[in-house]
Design a protein around this ligand. Structure first.
Ligand SMILES: NC(=O)c1ccc[n+]([C@@H]2O[C@H](COP(=O)([O-])OP(=O)(O)OC[C@H]3O[C@@H](n4cnc5c(N)ncnc54)[C@H](O)[C@@H]3O)[C@@H](O)[C@H]2O)c1
Length: 345
């Protein structure tokens, strides 16, 4: 299959690109190369005959039409987005332009291309979204695919809007879509502004490890390579018009996640141990959702998918990867906004 992956130079998109090429798919990586992108993420497959790169912005409809006409994909996997909640608090405009208007452009470009091809039933538009569209849970309960949308940050509101557009293009125009909503990802190649790499890199540098609020916010942690595997399965086997929640089956409080990372570092890089002495509680993010948890029943029963690693094992692999790949993360520390507290509101 020839897959057009948007956002393939980002964290999750690059995991999808690497996995898809390794499985013999042709991949066209379409990415605008924003601050969050890094072509090093796809270096392992960049020389493959199955791989092509197009620098293009999803806000630019004409550029999208050119890419569809040139590459004639069988499917689209749409991951390009502004993805950092804290940045969405400081500057929501970019989130509306890319996540909402950009998704609209991509849907329209895909629809025009699909129509011109004679509306092949096998075509897929796979939209990758987040569990944050469902809002915040109390101590109990889990998000199912039927949970009403209740986004609470500019980021999650923009993703919710994009999900609605994708469903509408299916209902109204018959575009064959599949949607997925996943929980918090972590793993190799994670940009150093997100929690897990911030903890690892601050600990390595002997700097305070910031934990928002009381650290009791709960997330369901999904190893990025497991996520990429689930996404390809949903693309190939998911029912048209259906959405699938993808979770790691690994709920953890932020503070416990941070302590686990510190414990792995104590073992693998004992200089500076115990690293948890660096934990510093800082003012909470405004509107910080308390708990997210995914009910994985649909993807497990209908598609037979389960995550392959526990959060303990995934974090061990992630810490080891950052220790072995300083040449990857070191240059990213100079990018705009990295290492600064963003999103205070
Ligand atoms: N990281 C998570 O935990 C998580 C959880 C749930 C859902 N998601 C969703 O998964 C997708 C990928 O997330 P990620 O963490 O890999 O994000 P990321 O920020 O690491 O990567 C996003 C990529 O999109 C590209 N991009 C941004 N704006 C663009 C534009 N206008 N045109 C073309 N390319 C553009 C960037 O250059 C970057 O390479 C997003 O849609 C996000 O909402 C992420």
């Amino acid at each position: 299959m020839k897959i057009l992956v948007t956002g393939g130079a980002g964290f999750i998109g690059s995991a999808v690109v690497r996995l898809a090429v390794s499985r013999g798919h042709e991949v066209v990586n379409l990415d605008a190369l924003t601050y969050a992108a890094n072509l090093e993420n796809v270096a392992p497959v960049a020389q493959s005959a199955l791989y092509a790169f197009e620098q293009a912005d999803i806000r630019n409809r004409a550029a999208l039409d050119r890419v569809f006409a040139k590459h004639q994909p069988d499917a689209v996997m749409h991951l390009a987005a502004e993805s950092h909640v804290d940045r969405s608090i400081d500057g929501p405009g970019a989130f509306i332009e890319t996540n909402v208007t950009g998704t609209y452009n991509l849907l329209e470009a895909a629809r025009a291309y699909w129509t011109k091809q004679g509306k092949p039933g096998g075509f897929r538009f796979h939209h990758i979204s987040t569990d944050e569209v469902f809002g915040s849970l109390g101590e109990t309960g889990q998000f199912t695919e039927a949970t009403p949308y209740d986004p609470r940050s500019p980021y999650s509101a923009s993703k919710a809007a994009s999900d609605h557009l994708v469903r509408a293009w299916h209902e109204t125009y018959g575009l064959p879509v599949v949607l997925t909503n996943c929980s918090n990802n972590y793993g190799p190649f994670h940009f150093p502004e997100k929690l897990v790499p911030v903890v690892i890199l601050n600990a390595l540098h002997g700097r305070p490890i910031p934990v928002y609020g009381d650290g009791a916010n709960v997330r369901d942690w999904l190893y990025v390579e497991d996520h990429a595997d689930a996404l390809l399965l949903c693309l190939e086997k998911g029912a048209v018009g259906r959405s699938y929640n993808i979770g790691g089956e690994n709920e953890a409080r932020n503070i416990d996640l941070v302590r686990t990372i510190c414990a792995h570092l104590d073992e693998m890089r004992p200089v500076g141990a115990p690293h948890d002495r660096l934990i510093t509680f800082v003012t909470d993010r405004p509107g910080h959702d308390r708990r997210y948890a995914i009910d994985p029943t649909r993807i497990r029963t209908e598609l037979g998918w389960r995550p392959s690693v526990t959060v303990e094992e995934g974090l061990r692999r992630t810490v080891a990867w950052y220790l072995d790949n300083e040449s990857w993360w070191r240059p990213l520390l100079d990018r705009e906004g990295v290492g600064r507290r963003l999103g205070r509101g």
